[in-house]
Design a protein around this ligand. Structure first.
Ligand code: FAD
Length: 268
């Protein structure tokens, strides 16, 4: 049963952030929040409905000199992002990832803003956003600020948002190297291991998610040093054991996958 709880429907972003605090929390699709309310792990006295805020909607392309960015409103659902021609053209890895999040109910109602704000440690989206160097525009009573997704995700279910701040938009720099790719191991409803790979001038950026308390980023140099760097990373990265597999199992899968992807062979 859901507890009795007040519902506020602010008409503007300013009114929404003015009403937010620990006891008055925003909700979008409700895919994380409603189960948390049912279980009693979140006990706000009121919900602030974010779904009518136009500032949090829409997908736009913006060009600033040589830099092109994709600006995705926080209310955009996984399904909308996956179907967007702009996201598919400018950020195909992101489009592919959100097309495979959760199940059809989660993709239809769950939003990108809600995914990142909740800081669920098994988020595919956070892993990919960190690999792409994406950030979020945040609004609060003290004004607006921009935060990289790397700085947004602090730890399991912990973001760097203040209780009275909202994610307004996800901002993704584009274009991406055509070799950018994401792979996940998944046997249950959320991933066991997610690996984003983005080639760049200084080497290959690898971000490992779902298996650690928060996504872990490393740049693996190309050439002769790649294998040594890869071995050191795989040996040292702190992974967690859970019901989908032990940390040692995940480490072995990670090493095997990265050896195939970056060294062109499969590890023993
Ligand atoms: C069964 C299941 C399977 C899933 N599988 C995957 C998966 O494979 N990969 C993956 O990456 N994710 C997965 N998810 C997570 C899914 O992506 C999120 O549940 C969804 O995106 C959350 O969005 P929402 O709009 O429903 O958030 P809500 O439930 O409405 O809110 C979640 C939290 O974020 C806050 N919030 C919401 N919007 C904002 C905002 N704009 N600014 C600040 N705070 C905000 C709320 O206050 C709340 O604390 C899964 C979830 C479920 C339930």
């Amino acid at each position: 049963m859901l507890p009795d709880i007040a519902l506020h429907r602010p008409a503007s972003l300013a009114a929404a952030v003015a009403g937010l605090d620990w006891d008055h929390v925003g909700y979008a699709g409700g895919t994380e929040l409603v189960p948390a309310l049912r279980l009693g792990v979140r006990r706000p006295t009121a919900l602030i409905d974010l779904k009518r805020l136009p500032e949090l909607s829409g997908i736009e392309e913006a060009v600033d000199g040589d830099t092109e960015t994709l600006s995705i409103g926080a209310l955009t659902t996984h399904r909308q992002a996956a179907a967007s021609p702009a996201v598919r053209r400018l950020a195909p890895m992101l489009a592919d990832v959100v097309a495979h999040v959760g199940n059809v109910r989660v993709r239809t109602t769950g939003t990108l803003g809600g995914n990142l704000a909740f800081a669920e440690p098994r988020s595919d989206l956070a892993t990919v956003c960190i690999a792409l160097g994406a950030g979020v525009d945040v609004a609060g009573p003290r004004g607006h600020r921009h935060v990289s997704v790397d700085d947004l995700i602090v730890g399991p279910y912990e973001s760097s948002l203040e209780p009275d701040e909202l994610i307004v938009r996800l901002v993704v720099p584009t274009p991406h190297d055509p070799g950018a790719r994401y792979w996940k191991l998944q046997t249950m409803e959320r991933p066991t291991l997610g690996v984003a790979i983005v080639p760049g001038e200084e080497g290959v950026t690898v971000v490992v998610g779902a298996a650690a308390e928060r996504p872990v980023r490393v740049v693996v140099p190309s050439g002769a040093d790649a294998e040594t760097a890869l071995d050191a990373f795989c040996a040292g990265v702190e992974l967690i054991s859970d019901m989908t597999g032990s940390a040692d199992y995940k480490r072995a899968v990670l090493r095997h996958h990265l050896a195939g992807e970056l060294l062109g062979r499969r590890a023993a």
